[in-house]
Structures are given as C-alpha cells and as structure tokens.
Design a protein around this ligand. Structure first.
Ligand SMILES: NC(=O)c1ccc[n+]([C@@H]2O[C@H](COP(=O)([O-])OP(=O)(O)OC[C@H]3O[C@@H](n4cnc5c(N)ncnc54)[C@H](O)[C@@H]3O)[C@@H](O)[C@H]2O)c1
Length: 490
C-alpha cells in the first residue's frame, strides 16, 4: 500500500472514532429479549466500544463524511450481549463479534445436548456450524436467544419454523464459497480434457503412458452452464478468460457476463456444449435433470460436471453413457447419498452403483469439496458475523432464512429523538392496526412489514420519542396478543 493510501486509511479510522463520539445518544435500558433479563442502564461511556469497529456500511459511509452520520442503535451495553460460538467458528467471525464489545465465548467442538441446553438458557446470540442440532427441545430452553448464526451453507440442523415462531432469527452464508466452486470446475474442465486424473493414477502406480489422442486444449471449446446464479456466472467469467465460448440455460432471463449467451432451453445447450456443467439448486424440477434422454442429446465425446447437488444427475445413466463412450469424461463432487463423516464409506452400501462409478475411466470423484477452502471459511465468518451484528444492533433481517427480509435506511444523528421499533408477531389480521394505534402519538417516519408463513416482521422508525416513553411503548406492544418479540432500538 503506498504511504498516501495508508495515511488516508488512518484518517478515516480517526474520523470514525471522532464521529462516533458525537453519535452518542442518551439511552435507557430496555430488554431486547422476550424477557427483561438484560435490562441495563447505559452509561454513555460504554458507547466508546463502537469506535473500534465502525462495522455497518452506513456507519462507514458517514465516517467518510458523505452522508448524515448514521446513528448507532443499541439500548444495551455491548458487554451485556452474550454470544456462544460452537464448532470452531472462523477467527474472522470471532473478531467481528468481539470487536463490538460483546461477551464472546468460543468452543472448538459442538456440545452434547444436555450441556447445550444449559448454555443456551443464558445467551442472546448463538453461532454454530453443521454439527449442532437446534431442535425445538433445545430451543425451548433459549429464553434470551434472539438470533442464531449458522456459519455454514445449510440450515437443516435448525428447527427453523420453531425458531421463527419464538422470535429467533436465523442467518447462514449461502454464497461465500461461490468462487471456490467456480475455480474447482475450471480445474476439472482442464483435468477432464487432458485425462489428468487417469495419467496421475497411472504414474502413481509406476505406469508411464504418454498419450495425446483424445486430449484437448479447452481454448475455443464451448462450455454449457446450467443455472447461471452465483456460481454459474462466476464460472462464466473465468471460462471466457481461458478462451472458452460460454452458453447458459436458466429458468430466469439473466444478463450475460462478457460474451456469454443465454440459450432458450436445455436441449439447445446440451446439443452445442463440449462441456456441460450443472449449477442449479436442489428442487423437484432439477431432480435427475440430466438423465438418459439428456445424455443422449449431448455431443459425442463431450464431458459432464456436477458440483451442484447429488440429485441433479441420474448417476446410473451417466455410468452407462460413460461405458458406451458417449461421454468422454465426468466430474462429480456431489452424490444422492453422502457419508456423515470422513472414512472409507464410498461403497455400494452408500449408493448401490458406487463401485461401478469408481471403476470408470476419466471420471473425477471428489468428496463434496467444491466450497471447501480457507477463503470460503473466512468469508463465511465475516458474512455471518456482520449479519448478526446488523440484526442485534439495528434489527435488519436481510439474508435471514426463517424470517421475512426487512430493512430500513439507517436513522441518523440529525434525528436524535427517533427510535426503531421491531415487532415480530403472528401473521394474523388486525395486528398492524393495533401496532399503529400504539405508536399513534408519534410520527411514523418509515415503516416496513413483511411476512413469511405464520410469522410477520415489522420495523418502524418513529420520531419525537421521549426517553421516559420508551418503556411504556415496549410494554404496550408486549401486551398485544399476536406478539412474538418486541425490541425497541434507539
Ligand atoms: N459442491 C459444493 O461444495 C457446493 C458449494 C456451494 C453451492 N453448491 C450448490 O451449487 C448450486 C448452485 O449454487 P448457486 O450459489 O450458484 O445458486 P444460485 O441460487 O445463485 O443459482 C442457481 C441458479 O439456477 C437457476 N435455476 C433454478 N432452477 C433451474 C432449472 N430448473 N433450470 C435451470 N436453471 C435453474 C436459478 O434461476 C439460478 O439462477 C446449488 O445447488 C448449491 O447447493 C455446491
């Protein structure tokens, strides 16, 4: 970094600290949990902790002096927020949460259910990965818990509906590893084109087999991408930069990256591509979307890659196509059944065709490692921790998996007597009327409400709020029958 950039950076950090001093608003203790257990008066000195991070984007923008200063919303002392991180959450995530001043306890493993139940009683935020099972039984003991961060992709280890019904928002990180998957697919395209897997195995067995027949450059070949989302579009850019022509098929009309071209249907893609790669979600419509018919429509001697979900490719059909020479090679990273842990489990006991698949030439088999890189783990730590901080401090649910996504532009220091009301409630008729009656003495500057299934999430910024009124407002909202959780941030 050149010296000028460094100086600039330091200046911004100083400005950040200075501006935060000015943002200190008077606050009164108010629980943000379903019970009033961490009601705590807020000495203004405790706001000093914000100076360390400047975490939210709005805060960063204001520190640079481009917009009115965003007001930090927290009716609690940061050290009152208790966070438990299990399963060795990445250091990037731990750092973001500790820099907020929250109490963070981090444990390397998951916990047995009885220990988890004991711990969960007391905490406000829980960070887990895939091994911690948050069943309704476990969550029923979580009296103060407002949010769970799954520092991983999947969320089926959490009873999402029970969590939502009890006002516990759940976040995950679905796209932090998109680049890792795209890079793996690039590696596989070249590996298949050059039969590298087989040559590598042969030399490991002491066999010298120098061949060029049916080994190709990838330059000028056509890559057909099925599903042009986060991974598909990244891959498109990488493949073009290596001289490939890219076509894609998606159920949605999507803007092409570079010179890539969307084709109208799957058949058009299959008949034109030298390499076909799948990047669709697991849905009833995508189950066996590459089967006998689709393999027949592919070009003779073409290649198939699947790093999406195991249900997308009909593997027995692929085995037949490979034996018949229709397919020159394939790379699979995902399977209909996958082992729960590492070990010698990739056998016919797991999938009846496993040993046939293993015996095929020029077929690369990897154990669901598409997204498994250090960079992806680090990005997951940042993405989930930032979502947790935004939710705790500002009530924003963007990216939540079990609640509607609700956000409002930040309150600013030009609006000192404003408060943000967050009201999670049953999605039944008449609630908004009652809430707005309760808020009626104040001007509702902005409001957003959305629902997901049985649960609705309302966020309203109200003005002319006197300090003494906040507790009353909170208790009035808590009395409403449909209430699940009330938080007032100011
Ligand atoms: N191998 C791994 O380790 C790994 C890692 C991350 C993600 N994944 C998987 O990769 C897949 C893609 O992930 P993503 O992040 O790019 O998802 P995404 O949601 O960003 O993109 C998926 C795309 O598929 C399209 N699509 C949906 N149904 C379709 C259909 N029937 N036909 C054609 N297109 C369809 C969608 O419109 C979307 O553009 C997912 O299945 C995900 O689970 C695997």
């Amino acid at each position: 970094m050149p010296p000028s950039a460094l100086t600039e950076n330091i200046k911004i950090q100083n400005a950040n600290g200075d501006s935060a001093q000015r943002e200190v608003s008077k606050s009164q203790g108010m629980s943000v949990s379903p019970i009033d257990s961490f009601h705590s008066p807020l000495p203004s000195a405790s706001w000093g902790m914000h100076h360390k991070t400047g975490l939210t984007n709005s805060f960063r923008a204001s520190a640079a002096g481009t917009a009115p200063l965003a007001k930090l919303l927290k009716p609690f002392k940061e050290e009152d927020i208790k966070i438990l991180l299990l399963e060795n959450v990445n250091q990037t995530g731990k750092d973001i949460l500790s820099q907020q001043g929250y109490q963070v306890e981090s444990i390397k493993s998951s916990l047995p259910e009885d220990q988890l139940i004991e711990k969960i009683k007391d905490i406000h935020v829980l960070g887990i990965r895939s091994k911690t099972k948050l069943t309704s039984r476990v969550l029923s003991h979580a009296k103060n818990l407002i949010v769970v961060g799954c520092f991983c992709i999947g969320t089926n280890q959490v009873d999402l509906s029970y969590a939502a019904q009890h006002g516990i928002c759940v976040f995950n990180s679905p796209f932090s590893n998109s680049r890792s998957v795209a890079e793996l697919v690039i590696a596989e395209i070249i590996t298949l084109a050059r039969q590298l897997g087989d040559r590598n195995n042969e030399v490991h067995q002491g066999i010298w087999n120098k061949v060029s027949a049916k080994c190709w450059e990838i330059r000028g070949k056509t890559l057909g991408i099925i599903g042009y989302g986060h991974i598909g579009s990244q891959l498109s850019v990488l493949a073009e930069s290596m001289g490939m022509d890219v076509i894609y098929y998606d159920v949605v009309n999507l803007m092409a990256m570079g010179n890539a071209r969307q084709v109208p249907n799957l058949e058009a893609l299959l008949s034109a591509a030298d390499f076909v790669t799948c990047h669709v979600p697991e849905l009833p419509e995508t189950k066996n979307m590459i089967g006998v018919d689709q393999l027949n429509k592919m070009k003779n001697g073409s290649y198939l890659i699947n790093a999406s979900r195991g249900s997308v490719v009909d593997i027995p059909a692929l085995i037949d196509a490979s034996r018949a020479g229709k397919i020159a090679g394939a790379a699979l990273d995902v399977y209909p059944a996958e082992p729960g842990g590492n070990g010698d489990y990739f056998t016919n006991d797991l999938n009846t065709w496993a040993e046939d698949l293993r015996s095929l030439k020029n077929v690369i088999l990897t154990p669901h490692i598409g997204g498994s890189t250090e960079e992806a783990q680090s990005a997951i730590g940042i993405e989930v921790a930032e979502a947790l901080v935004r939710y705790v401090n500002e009530g924003v649910t963007l990216g939540a998996v079990n609640m509607p996504e609700v956000t409002l532009r930040s309150l600013t220091t030009d609006e000192p007597n404003h408060a943000r009301v967050v009201f999670i409630h049953q999605n039944v008729p008449g609630v908004l009327r009652k809430v707005n009656e309760t808020l009626g003495d104040h001007n509702v500057d902005k409001q957003m409400s959305d629902s997901k299934g049985d649960v609705a999430y309302l966020m309203a910024d109200i003005s002319s709020v006197k300090e003494g009124e906040i507790a009353d407002l909170y208790h009035e909202l808590e009395k409403l029958e449909a209430r699940i959780l009330t938080r007032i941030l100011y």
